[in-house]
Design a protein around this ligand. Structure first.
Ligand SMILES: Nc1ncnc2c1ncn2[C@@H]1O[C@H](COP(=O)(O)OP(=O)(O)OP(=O)(O)O)[C@@H](O)[C@H]1O
Ligand SMILES: [Mg+2]
Length: 261
């Protein structure tokens, strides 16, 4: 399976001047980032620096106050008329979200559904794709994430790492253009982390465009095309993993890395 760009445009995600406040607290203070097709961006930063909020803005789970986010050239969450933004209708937002997979720290699988049923639910229920076709695809995806033996298992019968791989399979089944991962391995027992990272590495190698919030520095160093370090709602450093992780120039990046490495 490979994920080829659906258009010739090169930029998959473009954030310009993104600002977001919760009440008086400004959490994103003007984020400018862009990510090309097929690239992997790892987002690092201390707790509270705004990483999750930024990810949530990308699929409009949060409204932004200023700026623009485009995914594959399309403005997310808003329509623009003569420079004025108007929020989209819920069904249009839902249509945009179909293209953007999201994998959270807590997998949020449906407990009453098997692994297979969890994976086919979106394509059948949301995209209205034919059941047999979706099932076939779901089997292939579950095989790919190493869960061929577990298609009929319920979440409570699976380890945390297996549940997270079902969650990744569920995202993949929607055939997204982009997948956002928010600390996908943080809730896992240490011995279960590597299987999940292996699946993510495989996805990256197949050309999926990914933004990954993680504390797994080894993964970032090995898999990321770009590493972004956020602090206090701003991007304080970004670049190639070898530069940002190996030779950080910002004191906050240095302090953060000295704690996690
Ligand atoms: N819905 C909300 N209402 C009010 N404040 C919020 C809300 N969501 C996040 N915040 C605040 O915004 C700031 C950034 O939070 P965010 O979750 O984006 O940080 P983070 O970098 O993901 O942190 P962590 O590493 O702990 O997950 C924090 O101060 C948080 O308390
Ligand atoms: Mg977070």
């Amino acid at each position: 399976m490979s994920f080829q760009p659906s258009s010739s445009a090169k930029v998959m995600v473009q954030a310009t001047g993104v600002r977001k406040s919760f009440g008086a607290l400004e959490v994103l203070k003007g984020i400018d980032l862009s990510l090309s097709y097929g690239q992997v961006m790892c987002l690092l930063g201390q707790s509270g620096s705004g990483k999750s909020t930024f990810l949530r803005c990308i699929n409009h789970l949060e409204r932004i106050d200023y700026g623009r986010i485009r995914v594959d050239g399309e403005l997310i969450g808003y329509k623009e008329h003569n420079g004025h933004l108007q929020e989209m209708h819920e069904h249009e937002i839902a249509r945009q979200r179909i293209n953007i997979g999201m994998v959270f720290q807590h997998f949020n699988l449906f407990p009453h559904m098997t692994a297979l049923e969890n994976v086919i639910e979106g394509p059948i229920g949301v995209k209205r794709e034919p059941r047999e076709e979706v099932k076939e695809r779901a089997h292939a995806i579950l095989r790919r994430v190493g869960l061929a033996e577990k298609v009929s298992a319920y979440p409570r019968q699976l380890s945390g790492g297996q549940q997270q791989r079902v969650a990744i399979a569920r995202a993949l089944a929607m055939r997204p253009k982009l997948i956002l991962f928010d600390e996908p391995t943080s809730a896992l027992d240490p011995e279960l982390v590597s299987d999940v990272l292996d699946v993510m590495r495989d996805l990256a190698e197949s050309g999926m465009t990914m933004i990954v919030v993680t504390h797994e520095i080894g993964f970032a160093r090995e898999v990321a095309d770009r590493v972004v370090f956020m602090a206090g709602g701003e991007v304080v450093e970004e670049g190639k993993p070898a530069d940002v992780l190996g030779n950080p120039s910002h004191p906050q990046t240095q302090a953060f890395l000295s704690k996690v490495l």
